[in-house]
Design a protein around this ligand. Structure first.
Ligand SMILES: [Zn+2]
Ligand SMILES: [Zn+2]
Length: 345
């Protein structure tokens, strides 16, 4: 048996489209020290490949982080496999809100140095000394109370399209930056009740441990993240305190939590919450673009990129994922918009 996919992408996507059964889209993670991540990875592949499980799973010395889709007719068998590993026993599983089961088309399991890159040494702080876990409803009730601060631990391109009411949303492009900015911003709030949240909870697991190490006394985190929050308030029939869209890393690029649009097209400023990558292969930056601007700029982020794309001169760049450039990009765009506004007046 091969321990990697050997079928091409088009064929895999075709197979997914032709499936006649349902899939469950789930996620889970756990910090737990693994002695041999590579061996664990291979075992998981042997267990899950025959069950037609798809997804993106990361394994590291510090634990596991998985986003997957599992065929419903193999669900029980899948749950059985979890019992084979100490790290996966009784692991809390989160279910996607808007689930068409088409989020993944193959099984990818990778070994990484860390689950969440924090740019710090393993012994810089104790990742297992985490903050208090709050359920979705508990978190909901604390929001807006006196002496609490709500902090979005995601990157700015995620929080700008959706976040909790009154949350601090640092302009960070990476988790490492986020940790630095948050520590600075909350410098004089070390005695407040800190409420952290992210998409699925894994970043807060680390962030809470880091803030405790920095001397914060009351650090709390939304267990299971926004995904779990959305599920719980639906069940409890509460009005969402999360406004806008939840950015998720799969083919859907965002699922709506309460249907409100809180962000703007980066080019014309119209309400819009659809992320896209610049169509110029030499750029590929991630940004927000409305359908009208997509047509006007041929799916590109600037007139310059549109020119390069039309002339076919854009060369594939090292910056393909683009996220790292987004803050610089937003700044240059807001300058362009300010110039345009000046001209109008
Ligand atoms: Zn626009
Ligand atoms: Zn571009």
């Amino acid at each position: 048996m091969f321990l990697y996919n050997r079928v091409n992408k088009e064929e895999l996507k075709k197979r997914l489209a032709e499936e006649t059964f349902q899939r469950k889209t789930i996620s889970f993670y756990r910090y737990h020290i693994l002695d041999n991540p590579q061996e664990f990875r291979d075992e998981l592949f042997r267990d899950w490949f025959p069950l037609d499980c798809f997804g993106r799973i990361y394994v590291a010395h510090e634990g596991i982080n998985a986003q997957m889709s599992v065929p419903e007719h193999h669900w029980d068998a899948f749950v059985e496999t979890l019992k084979n590993y100490k790290i996966l026993q009784d692991i809390p599983i989160k279910y996607a809100i808007e689930d068409d089961g088409k989020s993944f088309y193959k099984l990818t399991i990778k070994v990484r140095p860390k689950l969440v890159a924090d740019g710090l040494n393993d012994d810089a702080y104790d990742v297992t000394n985490v903050g208090k876990h709050l359920s979705g409803v508990e978190f909901h009730n604390y929001i807006g109370q006196e002496d609490t601060v709500v902090v979005d631990m995601r990157n700015y391109y995620e929080s700008e399209i959706g976040h909790f009411e009154g949350a601090i949303c640092p302009e960070a492009d990476t988790f490492r930056e986020e940790l630095e900015i948050v520590t600075d911003l909350l410098e004089d709030k070390k005695d407040k009740k800190v409420l952290l949240y992210c998409t699925g909870g894994i970043r807060c697991e680390k962030a809470s441990a880091y803030l405790k190490h920095q001397g914060f006394s009351d650090v709390n985190q939304l267990h299971g993240g926004i995904l779990e929050y959305a599920r719980q308030i639906k069940t409890a029939q509460l009005d969402s305190k999360f406004i806008g869209k939840n950015f998720v890393f799969d083919e859907r690029l965002g699922e709506s939590v309460n249907g409100e649009i809180i962000s703007k097209c980066h080019q014309c400023g119209k309400p819009c919450d659809s992320h896209t990558n610049c169509a110029n292969h030499g750029c590929h930056i991630l940004f927000i673009q409305c359908p009208e601007c997509a047509e006007k700029y041929h799916g590109c982020c600037t007139p310059e990129c549109a020119d390069e794309k039309m002339q076919g001169t854009g060369r594939p760049s090292d910056l393909r994922i683009g996220f790292g450039n987004s803050r610089k990009f937003r700044k240059s765009l807001s300058l362009i918009q300010a110039e345009q506004n000046k001209l109008k007046v």
